[in-house]
Design a protein around this ligand. Structure first.
Ligand SMILES: [Cu+2]
Length: 109
């Protein structure tokens, strides 16, 4: 997951997300939290538990963005610490994208 900015100003923020492949659908879920990126609460499969403690889900860009596709969404973000994650569970491969490392810290100032 490679954002072109990891710090933005508070207020309206547009996320423009492209799945550059090579395989798998992805999404971008915006999580507000003071936890370290790798320490978000997870379920038994390793997916982030979106109802877990100490995190607030702000929203999601694209539910299942396919390879080569693009999705955009706009959110009003308050100052704070965030983590951008892909919270896709790949049933076929039994892989949680978050646990595979699809996350990045993000700061709103
Ligand atoms: Cu993913």
């Amino acid at each position: 997951m490679t954002p072109d900015k990891t710090t933005v100003n508070a207020g309206p923020v547009t996320f423009n997300v492209t799945n550059n492949g090579p395989a798998d659908v992805h999404n971008l879920t915006i999580v507000k939290t003071d936890l370290a990126s790798a320490d978000l609460p997870v379920d038994d499969n390793g997916n982030v538990d979106e109802n877990g403690a100490d995190i607030t889900i702000i929203g999601e860009v694209g539910d299942n963005i396919k390879v080569g596709e693009n999705s955009q969404a706009n959110f009003y973000l308050e100052p704070g610490n965030y983590v951008l994650i892909c919270n896709i569970w790949n049933v076929g491969e039994q892989e949680a994208h978050f646990t595979e490392g699809m996350f990045v810290a993000f700061i709103v100032q």
